[in-house]
Design a protein around this ligand. Structure first.
Ligand code: 13P
Length: 250
């Protein structure tokens, strides 16, 4: 099945409002003809201004996190309604940094993904194994389990709209990319789990690869059958390099 590619920038805890706007000014002209969905996930403080700056363009806005709660006494949290209010059409959930540094479980991620879809914000649901798990041959069981649990509350009628991101932890920010074959092997396993969960709609779900994606390696990764896009950290911080990634390299 032909799936539209989706390239997303995860800026993590980087860029002030001014820096985000400067990025947009340079970046938008470079990707205006992209044959892919293009997404920017700035820190929460820049969501509103960046959302305004990209309005009417072919670039979409994403949050890096969200609360599953609709409102109330949750100091420091943001609701799905607040994200919709500033123009988010996507939100990343279950990034490995949230799971390992902030103790987020797959059950919590599942609640976030459910709340997002109910608000018509598309979740980008992350998964990925540690080096220890890979070396212990636990990649398939661990990542498969993360997917089953994190997608447990997705409405089957909406499943085709979600995005999954496979990001092996050992490849994030390390310069070590999974080889295209290694990534494809896990993406194919994830595709199988999506088929078990959602039937034929599992074929429509886009699966991004993340972990040291760069202009030089994106085309080869994207050539794999089940790799439908990339979630990019470091190489998304400069307009030139992320635009090259959006335009599939070189
Ligand atoms: P890097 O591209 O810096 O390895 O980060 C990947 C990532 O975690 C994106 O969410």
């Amino acid at each position: 099945m032909a799936r539209r590619p989706i390239l997303a920038a995860n800026w993590k805890m980087q860029k002030t409002v001014g820096e985000a706007l400067a990025f947009a000014g340079s970046f938008l002209p470079l990707v205006k003809d992209a044959a892919a969905d293009v997404v920017l996930a700035p820190p929460a403080t820049a969501l509103h201004a960046l959302g305004q700056a990209i309005q009417g363009s072919n670039v979409a806005l994403a949050a890096q996190n969200v609360s599953p709660e609709p409102k109330g006494a949750f100091t420091g949290e943001l609701s799905t309604e607040m994200l919709a209010d500033v123009g988010c059409s996507y939100a990343i959930v279950g990034h490995s940094e949230r799971r390992t540094l902030f103790g987020e479980t797959s059950a919590f991620v599942a609640a976030k993904a459910e709340a997002l879809l109910a608000q018509n914000i598309l979740p980008i649901v992350c998964c990925g194994e540690s080096l220890e798990q890979r070396e212990a041959n636990q990649t398939f069981s661990y990542v498969g389990g993360q997917i089953r649990e994190s997608l447990a509350r997705i409405d089957k009628a909406r499943a085709a709209e979600i995005v999954v991101a496979y990001e092996p932890i050992w490849a994030i920010g390390t310069g070590k990319t999974a080889t295209p074959e290694m990534a494809q092997e896990v993406h194919a396993m994830i595709r199988g789990v999506l088929g078990e969960l959602f039937g034929a709609d599992g074929e429509a779900i886009r699966i991004q690869y993340g972990g040291s994606v760069k202009p030089a390696n994106v085309a080869e990764l994207m050539s794999q059958t089940d790799i439908d896009g990339a979630l990019v950290g470091g190489a998304s911080l400069e307009p030139e390099s992320f635009s090259q990634i959006v335009n599939f390299g070189g």
